[in-house]
Design a protein around this ligand. Structure first.
Ligand code: 5GP
Length: 122
């Protein structure tokens, strides 16, 4: 899948639409999700044009990948959920129900995430 530079996170990265910034590094931006699902709900995204987790893991540089994962942990600590725990979600592609086609990690905390996905047949 080709990267669509009109996706909403590309517009946020270009400053065309606002976001509530939580943290920023050379390669990574973290901002609050517009529709919080938990008291802490931050989206961590690479600044590079990567469609999904799959695209990022295949094509990003070691520096980008290291910076991304460091930022995920830093954000959790900054938001005060490292000790109480949190859930990381990276919806990927159609079956992953990814809605925005720019790789992002959800950091969800401040309340229990509940159990894992319900088991289902097929
Ligand atoms: P996905 O389903 O792709 O994993 O998650 C996309 C997330 O992006 C959703 O949780 C949604 O609330 C969030 N989102 C969509 N549009 C915007 C926006 O304009 N600003 C922010 N901050 N979050 C957004």
């Amino acid at each position: 899948m080709a990267y669509d530079d009109q996706n909403i996170f590309a517009k946020i990265l270009r400053g065309e639409i606002p976001c509530e910034k939580v943290h920023e590094t050379d390669h990574t931006l973290a901002f609050n999700d517009i529709a919080r699902a938990r008291p802490v709900h931050v989206l961590v995204i690479p600044k590079g044009a990567y469609v999904s987790s799959d695209d990022f893991s295949a094509k990003a540089s070691d520096a980008e990948i290291a910076d991304f994962w460091r930022t995920v942990g830093d954000v959790a600590r900054m938001k005060g959920v490292a000790d109480s725990g949190y859930r990381l979600i990276a919806n990927t592609g159609a079956d992953g129900h990814q809605e925005v086609p720019h790789f992002h990690m959800h950091v969800l905390g401040g309340a229990t995430a509940g159990p894992m996905l319900k088991k289902r047949d097929g």
